[in-house]
Design a protein around this ligand. Structure first.
Ligand SMILES: [Ca+2]
Ligand SMILES: [Ca+2]
Length: 174
């Protein structure tokens, strides 16, 4: 099963042209333990890592296509695997998508994720149509804040589940 998932993930990444160059790059991202808590600091680390990977032409900003590709790949990987991966300085860690059966994105879901991602992009990118690292981090922080129900600056348990669903762009969480 895992071999299948990794091959599928690699194919998804290759199709989106993201920075992974072979399946051998992937297992590290899947080796993390279950995340117990997500701090704002760890989220900022994660956002920086994701931003630089998604900035394919390395011009220091994401355009709408780069952002949509990131959203689609992230959603596809999350759904194939049944979890998202947070990549902070402490190393990769998993957050399970609770109550969700792993499956590939349908064509309709693919189109919906693409459309939602482009809306989100223009909300945060501003008039120049470019999403810089600060804007990307702010957008991620917004998802974090929306999931931080008790407003203590840390996501745990149910808060993490909501955050993961939003990151995977599951219909119920968008
Ligand atoms: Ca770019
Ligand atoms: Ca909290």
């Amino acid at each position: 099963m895992m071999t299948f998932v990794i091959k599928s993930a690699a194919a998804v990444l290759a199709a989106a042209g993201l920075a992974y160059t072979s399946a051998s790059d992937l297992p590290e991202a899947y080796s993390g333990d279950a995340l117990k808590a997500l701090t704002e600091e760890a989220l900022a680390d994660h956002a920086a890592t994701v931003f630089h990977r998604a900035d394919r032409n390395q011009d220091g900003a994401l355009d709408a296509d780069e952002y949509a590709a990131l959203a689609i790949v992230s959603a596809e990987l999350a759904r194939l695997n049944g979890f998202i991966v947070i990549e902070s300085e402490a190393g990769p860690a998993r957050v399970t998508l609770a109550g969700f059966a792993p499956a590939s994105l349908s064509a309709a879901e693919h189109a919906r994720v693409d459309a939602v991602a482009r809306n989100v992009f223009y909300l945060h990118a501003g008039d120049d149509g470019r999403l810089n690292e600060d804007e990307f981090t702010n957008a991620q922080q917004g998802v974090f804040d929306a999931a931080d129900f008790n407003r203590n600056g840390v996501l745990r348990r149910g808060e993490l589940e909501v955050f993961a669903q939003r990151q995977a762009m599951l219909a119920a969480g968008v």
